[in-house]
Design a protein around this ligand. Structure first.
Ligand SMILES: [Zn+2]
Length: 301
């Protein structure tokens, strides 16, 4: 409960100067959850009974998830956003032992405003690289507790997915195929997924990001393992930007094509950053870090 104290001291100082709104309106307070980990987890082990996939070189998903999350954590700290008042993490080491239920219960107990669970898929060699971000629209938790509207929306998931795709496409020359989208429609079963404990039981805006397929491409695994590649930083930056865009209340940009008598089989595309994307095309714009933490930041979506 010590964290509560820290948080409300900070909020109290701000509120004395504004005086017109509640504490919860102004501050992002995010739960960062690197998936998996636990006893005996390390770079090449996902931990005892904790699940997770692995790269072609044996790199454990839990280790990659944690590395990305730690970059995100360090970015927040560097900006003066401290633990306890702006963010919490489910784990900051390989071997922290917390079940999915433990994590969601912790986020619910501390009443964080957003829950971001960081994962990576593992479909096997030859699969196409693609990003997905899961969410669930159910109005009731497993224990039949009513969930608030923000917990049931796809907004946070879409924003983080958009930003990951934009960042990861920078890895590939424009002449190559665009980094894939496993959720071209967020109603796709890949993304509207109520079989996950987190997406069904978190009581705040939430998503499970599956940024890429670490088993599909040997070079992907190498990019994550090579600390100089910048790939961890790219993913952490994308998650940060998606989250900040959500907090700022910024909308989406969307391009569609509508014309009377159009042929539904036409494959229409738009060029963005020298690369072709199918229509309809939706994106989220990066926003300056400082702007999002100004008093414009509120919990609406
Ligand atoms: Zn996972």
């Amino acid at each position: 409960m010590k964290r509560w104290v820290i948080r409300y001291v900070v909020l109290g100082l701000i509120l004395c100067c504004t005086g017109t709104t509640t504490a919860r309106d102004y501050f992002p307070f995010v739960y960062i959850d690197p998936g998996h980990g636990g006893p005996n987890a390390d770079m090449t082990h996902n931990g005892d009974s904790a699940g997770g996939c692995e790269g072609p070189g044996g790199t454990a998903e839990q280790w990659i998830n944690l590395k990305v999350a730690l970059v995100l954590r360090d970015t927040l700290i560097a900006r003066g956003w401290p633990e306890g008042s702006w963010w919490l993490m489910s784990r900051q080491t390989d071997t922290t032992s917390k079940t999915l239920r433990d994590r969601v219960a912790e986020a619910n107990e501390f009443e964080v405003l957003q829950y971001i669970s960081i994962h990576h898929n593992g479909f096997g060699a030859g699969s196409v690289q693609a990003t997905e971000a899961l969410w669930c629209d159910t109005g009731w938790t497993t224990d039949s507790v009513s969930r608030p509207p923000e917990a049931r929306l796809d907004t946070l998931a879409r924003k983080i997915k958009d930003m990951i795709r934009l960042e990861f496409n920078k890895l590939y020359p424009p002449s190559e195929v665009a980094y894939g989208d496993r959720c071209p429609s967020m109603e796709n079963p890949n993304c509207l997924n109520c079989n996950k404990w987190i997406t069904k039981n978190a009581m705040m805006a939430n998503t499970i990001s599956e940024a890429s397929d670490i088993s599909g491409h040997a070079d992907e695994e190498a990019l994550f393992v090579d600390s100089t590649s910048g790939h961890r930083e790219d993913e952490a930056y994308a998650i940060l930007q998606g989250w900040l865009s959500y907090c700022s209340g910024q909308g989406f940009g969307r391009l569609e094509y509508r014309y009377m008598n159009e042929d539904p089989d036409d494959s229409l595309q738009v060029w963005v950053d020298g690369r072709a994307y199918d229509l309809p095309y939706e994106r989220t714009w990066p926003i300056p870090f400082g702007e999002a933490c100004a008093p414009h930041c509120h919990r609406s979506d």
